[in-house]
Ligand binder design. Structure first.
Ligand SMILES: NC(=O)c1ccc[n+]([C@@H]2O[C@H](COP(=O)([O-])OP(=O)(O)OC[C@H]3O[C@@H](n4cnc5c(N)ncnc54)[C@H](O)[C@@H]3O)[C@@H](O)[C@H]2O)c1
Length: 258
């Protein structure tokens, strides 16, 4: 098992990509703290992990609020004594044209998607510094690399998250703490259910990838295990795109062979 004995904390672990990461971590022998503002979701995922023989606890958090983040970290440390791996996965997306984006929309996009990872990382780092080792994994996006329509706040936050990933990796140099990002593409999680299930966008958007399909939350889990494990000890300040080749291929309609 690749994560035996490690204590992992996954924000937004109550469904979607976060759930798939939590389940994979549990299966690889880690103790998993499933943190979410949706406590029912977090508890459901904990039951899934325990049902498969793993170790997990549910923690309530709103990653955009520092008091809530501090309480989450205290609860995990009380239960498990240390935190070896933090996955900053909780995220939200507003879809509105730039002219319609309100200041409140903008602030929420930055608060959850960018300030959240900043606050969670700050709160977890003292434990990692004490044990002399740590892995932080930030869930970026294809929107970290390219503009996307009607997603100004989201694109800005996710682009900033890659900058934060690199800057933190630099500031943690020499302390054995690695900070990396995973950039998912089109993943059919609840976040994207309306697009994945719609007749006009479901099959058509899947065909834009080189694989001709949408990704599933489980498609992200392998990279999340790798970046949490000792196998990635020479990987730092990096990002792994998991988008079925969408960013690599700027193709026109009908050019792909599927
Ligand atoms: N699904 C995709 O296609 C896709 C693509 C690129 C990037 N991402 C990123 O991956 C991450 C996970 O996405 P997903 O598709 O699983 O989303 P999702 O909406 O299905 O799940 C997100 C989870 O985060 C939790 N959450 C939201 N705000 C929170 C907060 N303030 N505090 C604590 N928990 C909070 C939700 O309750 C939910 O359980 C996000 O950061 C998202 O931006 C997703």
């Amino acid at each position: 098992m690749k994560l035996a004995g490690k204590v992992t904390l996954v924000t937004g672990g109550g469904r979607g990509i976060g759930e798939a990461i939590c389940v994979a971590y549990g299966a690889e022998g880690a103790a998993v703290a499933v943190a979410d503002r949706d406590t029912d979701g977090a508890r459901r995922v904990v039951e899934r992990i325990r049902g498969a023989g793993g170790t997990a606890t549910a923690v309530e958090v709103d990653v955009a609020r520092s008091e809530s983040v501090d309480a989450m970290v205290k609860a995990v440390l009380r239960e498990h004594g240390r935190i070896d791996v933090l996955v900053n996965n909780a995220g939200v997306r507003t879809i509105k044209g730039f002219l319609e984006h309100t200041e409140e929309d903008w602030n929420r996009m930055l608060a959850v998607n960018l300030t959240g990872p900043f606050l969670c990382s700050k709160a977890v780092l003292p434990s990692m510094l004490e044990t002399g080792k740590g892995k932080i994994i930030n869930l970026a996006s294809i929107a970290s690399f390219t503009g996307r329509p009607a997603r100004a706040g989201y694109v800005a936050a996710k682009s900033g998250l890659l900058g934060l990933t690199r800057a933190m990796a630099v500031d943690m140099a020499g302390r054995n703490i690695h900070v990396n990002a995973i950039a998912p593409g089109l993943i059919a999680s609840p976040f994207n259910a309306s697009f994945a299930e719609a007749a006009d966008t479901g099959p058509a958007w899947g065909k834009e990838t080189l694989l001709g399909r949408w990704g599933q939350p489980e498609d992200i889990a392998g990279a999340a295990v790798f970046l949490a494990s000792d196998d990635s000890d020479f990987v730092n300040g990096a990002e792994i795109k998991i988008d079925g080749g969408w960013l690599a291929a700027k193709t026109r309609s009908g050019e792909l062979d599927h």
